[in-house]
Design a protein around this ligand. Structure first.
Ligand code: ADP
Length: 463
């Protein structure tokens, strides 16, 4: 698209150097996007990551603290100081760490830098699940049945809410995250104890005792919608993903599009997400997460950042989501309209983790041999190489294996082939488990919900 005054960066948004406040594969991914946009990059690291390969490819590389994430990747002052030292104009938070920290987004902007993400107030609204639900209900996004207010203290009032929703219900912490701070209540006599336990947990883990209640859906799929918005009132959704393959609420395999969902069913949901973004003045990339059961969608939360699984949408939509995210942070007008978005083919992503394939315990150590698959429709996002030392301090994700093919069946075959070709030695990985999963009949038929993987693992252990 030609550079017109409308498409050039707005004054005040201009930056030519991006500090990437993250590590691992996403630091590599963001660095690539910056270089392709002609931007300089600053990599940061903790002491444990001094040898990180993306350090040598960045324009500047700074060690900002000790190995503990709390003292390095979560150390806001150290990151802001690093940005000032090297003259960075913007900070990309990646995912995890400070990516959904409203106070950090605010501190970045107050320091006169651009936070590559939404405004601090959008992050704060979506970070509280009750206010997120309220905003979504107001915008016409379908939500799980249950009030958009915190549970009252009065026991009789709480009982009435549960009866109105109908058992089973789920008690959730407003500030919860990472699959914690939730409790399912199958029947009335367990209600008060569940509330007391969850409230205590919420107070300790999230610093707020605020809880809410909603219907517990028994056999849903996890379907999510990717959005991108600019600062000029333009927003689009880039299709949908299925992330039902979860272990302990952690996604293991993701795909785009979600299998077997007719366009006329998903279309209004995607448009409702776009409307919600416009209504709350959302900027940047985001993901609306839904549970999908018996043909209906129920909003559960919005992630106000880039997702681990963004590549499956990149391969089906053809949109470079990280580049688009950076461009809108520069104040540029979104260079696509909803009509331009066409999703083609099918994509899968496997998260390759450094962990034991049976016990799932993390595995640290040196990668002694690495062979990565290649060929048409195969992409590997990783930061590791032969000789790389996987440290015990951080998330166990060492690579993402992503494939794209014209149909779901062909994409599955391509993933089987890619998984057969990947070799990682010296540490344990979940590759054997992923190979077995891609041979599973129910998964191949696209019939699996959020509980499937746990049940499949239980059966495998029993066999
Ligand atoms: P977190 O922020 O901790 O990830 P979410 O609200 O996204 O919490 O929920 C995480 C997971 O918990 C969902 O993917 C789903 O498996 C389960 N879950 C959450 N709400 C419900 C519900 N109302 N009914 C059934 N399962 C739910």
């Amino acid at each position: 698209m030609p550079e017109t005054s409308e498409h050039s960066a707005a004054a005040g948004h201009r930056f030519d150097t991006v500090l990437i406040a993250n590590r691992g594969e996403i630091a590599v991914r963001i660095q690539r996007a910056c270089r392709e946009l002609g931007l300089k990059t600053v990599a940061i690291c903790s002491e444990a990551d001094r040898e990180a390969p993306y350090g040598s490819t960045a324009d500047s590389f700074l060690c900002i603290g000790p190995s503990s994430a709390a003292k390095s990747y979560l150390n806001q002052d150290a990151i802001l100081l690093a940005a000032r030292l090297v003259g960075a104009g913007a900070i990309h938070p990646g995912y995890g760490f400070l990516s959904e920290n409203a106070a950090f987004a605010d501190a970045v902007e107050k320091a006169g830098l651009i936070f590559i993400g939404p405004t601090a107030s959008s992050i704060a609204i979506m970070g509280d699940k009750i206010s997120a639900k309220r905003a979504m209900m107001a915008a016409g996004v379908p939500c799980v049945p249950g009030p958009d207010t915190a549970l009252p203290d009065d026991p009789a009032a709480v009982e009435r809410i549960a009866l109105e929703i109908g058992y089973p219900v789920i008690i959730k912490a407003a500030g919860g995250g990472g699959g914690r701070g939730m409790r399912v209540v199958p029947k009335a006599d367990l209600l008060h104890e569940a509330i007391a336990l969850t409230r205590e947990e919420a107070r300790k883990a999230f610093g707020s005792p605020s809880l809410y209640m909603e219907k517990f859906l028994e056999h849903p799929r996890h379907i999510e919608i990717q959005v991108i918005c600019d600062d000029h009132g333009n927003a689009a959704w880039l299709g949908h993903r299925d992330c039902s393959m979860q272990r302990r609420h952690q996604k293991v395999v993701e795909e785009a599009p979600a299998a077997g969902i007719a366009p006329d069913i998903i279309q209004p949901v995607g448009m409702a997400c776009v409307q919600a973004c416009l209504q709350i003045g959302y900027r940047g990339v985001g993901t609306f997460e839904f549970l999908y059961e018996d043909g209906a969608f129920y909003f559960i939360e919005m992630n106000t950042r880039l997702q681990v699984e963004h590549p499956v949408t990149e391969l089906t939509s053809g949109v470079d989501i990280v580049q688009a995210q950076i461009r809108v942070a520069q104040g540029r007008v979104l260079d696509l309209t909803q009509g331009d978005v066409t999703c083609e083919g099918h994509s899968f992503e496997c998260r390759i983790n450094a962990e034991d394939p049976e016990s799932f315990l993390p595995s640290a150590g040196v990668v002694t041999h690495l062979a990565l698959p290649a060929g048409p429709g195969i992409r590997v996002d990783t930061h590791i190489h032969a000789g790389y030392k996987v440290s015990p301090y951080y998330d166990s994700l060492i690579a993402k294996l992503i494939v794209h093919a014209p149909t779901r069946a062909e994409a599955m075959a391509r993933m089987r082939e890619a998984l057969a070709g990947i070799e990682v030695e010296g540490i344990s990985t979940n590759i054997p488990f992923l190979r077995a999963l891609f041979e599973d009949g129910a998964f191949a038929r696209g019939e699996t919900g959020i509980h499937y993987l746990e049940q499949w693992l239980k059966l495998r252990r029993a066999a």
